[in-house]
Write a protein that binds this ligand. Structure first.
Ligand SMILES: Cc1cc2nc3c(=O)[nH]c(=O)nc-3n(C[C@H](O)[C@H](O)[C@H](O)COP(=O)(O)OP(=O)(O)OC[C@H]3O[C@@H](n4cnc5c(N)ncnc54)[C@H](O)[C@@H]3O)c2cc1C
Length: 378
């Protein structure tokens, strides 16, 4: 019997499902993919795009093309609400789509404190496609005068964005900005001391200032106010204060983890609704909370693909094993990376080259699929 599979978001955990969409259709099912953009941008290369190491087309997947070429339907839009008893998802446009099985890979967002979405010269590190606008604006401002750029937040995305703004402005040969990271009371606090200090030294050596005396309290026109009462004038602000799962689950009253992510069991399946699945930053894995890194989203791919097919076909589900340690490599701009895996720690050009190789290989694998679909479809 024909069933309708609906995918919300074409993120990292849906890559294998998207690549095999034809398999669902060959079995007589319908597939619809809902996403706000025709493309999905690979976040691991986002800071490198900001620094102009990569072009936007180097780091994006043609989601719409891949879906349509396999006989699926792509709906450009944002899912905002799910009604699990009616098996219906509502989009921002007001349209509703019904499903038999649904899977969420709708990612996460950066909380914006007290700010409007369109506040002038204030950008978030996500969505990645917005980094292109940020890049253009930084180049425009630094062409005219020396400015101060503040990056609010002290995690890895903050470090990567700071290093890549440094690369961008150095290469543009305009006025080098002052770059300041506001890292609360400790920079890269969830990382081991040796990793923290390598990243910190690499940035400080290039004149990037890292402030660890107080948390950010609020942002006002052109300045940031810290909890300590200090304020700092800033011409351009990046928000990088950690990410939170997509709000759709809380807004729909679904069972969620403490961070608001869709609460899923070992099968990446909602603990309450057996026809609802998810992967990546938007879920909360019940067995153990997972870091919000692309590595887990990528590891979830084959299980999610298997389980979506199994849910449609009524066959057994597979459990997800998050696996052990993962390789960490930060792109700090200027061709410099910091790499860590277990006891191994490396800083320099080789570390960046390894990241560049892995990331390009990942992109090539899925972009090759887009090409082959162009050829096969004539
Ligand atoms: C600057 C930066 C650098 C990073 N670098 C690395 C790295 O080097 N390595 C690493 O492992 N991790 C890295 N991360 C973490 C990594 O980005 C995330 O863990 C990863 O993106 C999670 O993948 P995802 O598919 O769940 O979410 P996303 O990549 O955010 O994808 C979600 C998708 O859902 C779509 N979507 C969003 N809302 C909706 C909606 N309402 N309806 C429908 N579709 C929607 C979006 O358009 C997007 O295509 C980085 C994060 C940032 C911010």
């Amino acid at each position: 019997m024909e069933k309708h599979l609906v995918l919300i978001g074409g993120g990292h955990a849906h890559m294998v499902t998207l690549a095999n969409l034809h398999a669902f259709i060959e079995k007589g099912h319908r597939v619809s993919v809902i996403g706000p953009s025709d493309y999905h941008f690979y976040s691991g290369m986002g800071p490198g795009m900001l620094g102009k190491t990569y072009r936007p087309e180097d780091i994006r997947f043609a989601t719409k093309h891949v879906v349509e070429k396999q006989g699926g339907t792509f709906i450009r839009g944002k899912a905002v609400h799910v009604e699990p008893n009616e098996k219906k998802v509502t989009l921002k446009s007001g349209d509703a789509v019904s499903y038999d099985v649904i899977s969420f890979n709708a990612g996460s967002y950066v909380p914006r404190l007290n700010l409007q979405d369109d506040a002038k010269d204030i950008f978030s590190v996500k969505p990645i496609e917005k980094l292109m606008e940020a890049q253009a604006r930084i180049l425009e401002l630094t062409a005219d005068k020396k400015i101060t750029i503040g990056i609010l937040g002290g995690g890895p995305s903050s470090a990567e964005v700071a290093g890549n703004i440094w690369q961008l402005t150095r290469d543009a040969k305009g006025n080098m900005p002052a770059i300041k990271i506001f890292a609360g009371n400790r920079f890269m606090s969830r990382f081991p001391e040796n990793v923290r200090s390598k990243v910190q030294q690499s940035l400080i050596k290039r004149g990037i200032e890292i402030k660890t005396d107080s948390y950010v309290q609020s942002i006002d026109a052109g300045k940031v106010i810290l909890e300590s009462g200090q304020s700092h004038a800033l011409d351009f602000i990046f928000l990088a204060m950690g990410v939170k799962p997509n709000l759709i689950f809380r807004n729909s009253g679904l069972p969620t983890g403490p961070d608001g992510g869709l609460l899923v069991n070992e099968f990446l399946q909602s603990i309450e609704y057996p026809d609802m699945f998810g992967g990546g930053d938007c879920i909360y894995f019940q067995n153990r909370p997972l870091d919000k890194v692309g590595v887990y989203a990528v590891r979830q791919n084959p299980v999610l693909y298997h389980n979506l097919m199994a849910a449609l076909e009524g066959t057994p589900l597979q459990p997800f094993d998050p696996g052990g340690d993962y390789l960490l490599i930060f792109n700090l701009g200027g061709g410099i990376g910091v790499l860590q895996k277990r006891w191994l720690l490396m800083e320099g050009k080789i570390a960046f080259k390894i990241k560049d190789y892995i990331d390009r290989k990942f992109m090539k694998k899925f972009q090759a699929l887009e090409q082959s679909m162009i050829i096969h479809s004539g």
